[in-house]
Structures are given as C-alpha cells and as structure tokens.
Design a protein around this ligand. Structure first.
Ligand code: AMP
Length: 188
C-alpha cells in the first residue's frame, strides 16, 4: 500500500509514520528528517535548504520531487509511507503524472488536530529535540499559515479522488496508532 500522511506540524506524522510502515511492511520516508540530516551533514542540498527550513517556508517543489525519488529509488510501486510529502497540490500532481519517478499514493491519511494542540506539542518538542523551527512562536505561526495555504488543499485534492481518510490525532500516541491502523485496514 502507498500511503501519504497529511497534517499540520505536530500532528504526529513523525511518530505514526514508522508505526504504519512497520505494520504495512513498506519503506518509510520523512522528508523533514531527510532534509534536516542534509543540513546537519553540510551537503550541497543542506546548504540550499537550511535557511528555508529555519524560516518555516517550503523547499521548492521541483527540488523536492528529485530528493524523494533519489531517496526511495525505483521500488515505490510496492508501497511506502511518506511523512511530509506531498506538501503542496503541485507535488501531488507531479506524483500523478505518467512520467513521475514515483508511483502515486493509494491513500492519503489526514491527521487532524486543533491549533491549540499544535502549539502545545511544538513547545514540548522545542524543549525535547531542540528544533530551531519549533522554538520561535513567529516561525510556528508561519508554518501553520503555510500549512493552511499550501498543504491543507491536499485534503480536498485526495477527497475528490476518493482517496482520503481523516483520523482524529488528538489522543495519546498508542490510541492514535490504533485509530490509524483501523482506518487503513478499512481501505485495504
Ligand atoms: P517537517 O519535519 O515535515 O515539519 O518539515 C520541516 C521543514 O522541511 C518544512 O517546514 C519545510 O521547510 C521542509 N519540507 C519538508 N518536506 C517538504 C516538502 N514536501 N516540500 C517542501 N518543503 C518541505
């Protein structure tokens, strides 16, 4: 199964992605983790994206599709769980094109949480993980704005294609995992 996770920052994509991937027996990729590792390692790509991430903006679409294709290779028809990609309707449309290096998803899972919970969770993550883009309230607001403007339209995009399930992510991690596995099982 090819599955993408859509949800605001702090909705639990990074926690739940590996759980779902292990359950489905498919590779998992978090584009945020991948990009942060590139910044950390000081690669060319890392230099190109570091400031964009710190500002809470999005990395350009054409760069992202190349990065994801390089990370996943050719074997994507067999399944994947993607966390953080696609992040824009343009990225989703690239996946759906005949010449896409990646197979398009079967299902998008929308992890829904209220804005107040986003703020609480990101404040905790800033303390625990030291992510610069979680530490500054203005940057958090910018990321939420970018989510609403650029990423949330994916929800309608996948709903229109009959490929959306929404899961309430405002619960303890084990409970959210259970809800997700039930939602995915109902669509297999
Ligand atoms: P995340 O860990 O998913 O919150 O991603 C952290 C940051 O990485 C985002 O705020 C963006 O700057 C960048 N990023 C991750 N995935 C994408 C994507 N698919 N398209 C554009 N930028 C991305």
């Amino acid at each position: 199964m090819r599955l993408v996770l859509v949800g605001p920052p702090g909705s639990g994509k990074g926690t739940q992605g590996p759980v779902l991937a292990a359950h489905l027996g498919v590779p998992h990729l978090s584009t945020g983790d991948l990009l942060r590792a590139q910044v950390e390692a000081g690669t060319d790509l890392g230099h190109r994206v570091g400031e964009v991430i710190d500002r809470g903006e999005l990395v350009p679409d054409d760069l992202m599709i190349a990065v994801v294709a390089a990370a996943l290779g050719d074997g994507t028809a067999g399944g994947y769980v993607l966390d953080g990609f696609p992040r824009t309707v343009a990225q989703a449309e690239m996946l759906e094109r005949g010449d896409s290096p990646l197979a398009a998803p079967d299902l998008a899972v929308h992890l829904a949480i209220p804005d107040a919970v986003v703020h609480e969770r990101l404040a905790r993550r800033a303390r625990d993980e030291g992510r610069a883009d979680d530490a500054d309230p203005d940057i958090i607001d910018r990321r939420l704005q970018v989510y609403r403007d650029e990423t949330a339209p994916l929800i309608d995009h996948y709903r229109d294609r009959g490929a959306l399930v929404t899961v309430d992510g405002d619960a303890a991690p084990d409970e959210v995992s259970k809800r997700l596995l039930d939602a995915v099982a109902s669509r297999r």
